[in-house]
Design a protein around this ligand. Structure first.
Ligand SMILES: C[S@@+](CC[C@H](N)C(=O)[O-])C[C@H]1O[C@@H](n2cnc3c(N)ncnc32)[C@H](O)[C@@H]1O
Length: 257
């Protein structure tokens, strides 16, 4: 990927700095989950590549495409983590657009902002430390929203969906990528087998086996595609469709305001 970076236009600066583009917002969230994502931040990208054999890059491209971001748009990537979706969005919206990447893990945001130098993206990304359950934006601010592997991790999913709906412009879309909680026994068995026999052993090489054991529980506690569609319609989206990816291992909910 060609690089077009000088320095990130908006750099993540510790919240104590007075000249900060890094806007802290009050958090209402699980401290445990926040600590978990801070802990795994240094190895998160490597593990994603390793565990998905690079496939997560394809799923993320599809997610950005489904969100419908276009040149000049102002878009939001909620639970941006180390920024993969934000960087892809940056390419889509171009130099006239703007991307806001929001996460409650300072360590993940630091990784994201440090990667901005070496990424094929525009200098149009702002990183914000904030809570997906209390987005620090006014109503109807965004032309498109993405969320990758975030909805499964928030403590209040209806509230997260309401917040997305609130900050989206009318007629705009959100694309929410995550593990698919499959209704097919074979697919869910494969997913759980892979977590037990591939993901956790690999994570243990990084000293993170306990952290990755959480994955299986969180997928079990997640919503099926149909339930995600229902949730989106219940909170007020005008349409919602869940697409399965990679034989049903992953899924993407696409909802329009
Ligand atoms: C599995 S990571 C996904 C990161 C990135 N979107 C990706 O696809 O690689 C989930 C992210 O959600 C963030 N997160 C979870 N709950 C959150 C909340 N309530 N507010 C903001 N971020 C949250 C975590 O800090 C973590 O970075």
């Amino acid at each position: 990927m060609a690089t077009m970076l000088l320095l990130p236009f908006r750099t993540l600066i510790p919240s104590s700095s007075s000249s900060s583009n890094f806007r802290p917002a009050p958090l209402r969230c699980s401290n445990d989950r926040q600590a978990l994502f801070n802990r795994i931040a240094p190895v998160y990208d490597n593990l994603n590549d390793l565990l998905s054999l690079g496939q997560h890059r394809i799923w993320k491209r599809m997610t950005v495409s489904w969100a419908g971001a276009k040149a000049g748009d102002h878009v939001l990537d909620i639970c941006c983590g180390s920024g993969d979706l934000s960087f892809l969005l940056s390419q889509k919206v171009g130099s006239d657009g703007k991307v806001t990447g929001l996460d409650f893990s300072k360590e993940q945001l630091l990784v994201a902002s440090s990667k901005q130098h070496s990424k094929n993206c525009f200098s149009n990304i702002e990183w914000i430390e904030g809570d997906a359950l209390d987005l620090p934006f006014s109503n109807g601010s965004f032309d498109a929203i993405t969320m990758g592997y975030g909805l499964r991790n928030v403590v209040d999913r209806p509230k997260a969906m309401q917040e997305i709906l609130r900050v989206l412009k009318a007629g705009s879309r959100v694309a929410i990528l995550d593990f698919n909680k499959s209704e097919e026994l074979l697919t869910s068995t494969i997913t759980e087998w892979m977590i037990d026999n591939v993901v956790v052993p690999v994570a243990s090489a990084y000293g993170l086996s306990e952290d990755y054991k959480y994955l299986k529980t969180s997928i079990r506690g997640f919503l099926t595609g149909k339930e995600l569609e229902k949730l989106a319609l219940e909170v007020g989206f005008s349409s919602a469709r869940h697409y399965e990816l990679s034989g049903g291992l992953m899924g993407c909910l696409v909802a329009m305001r």
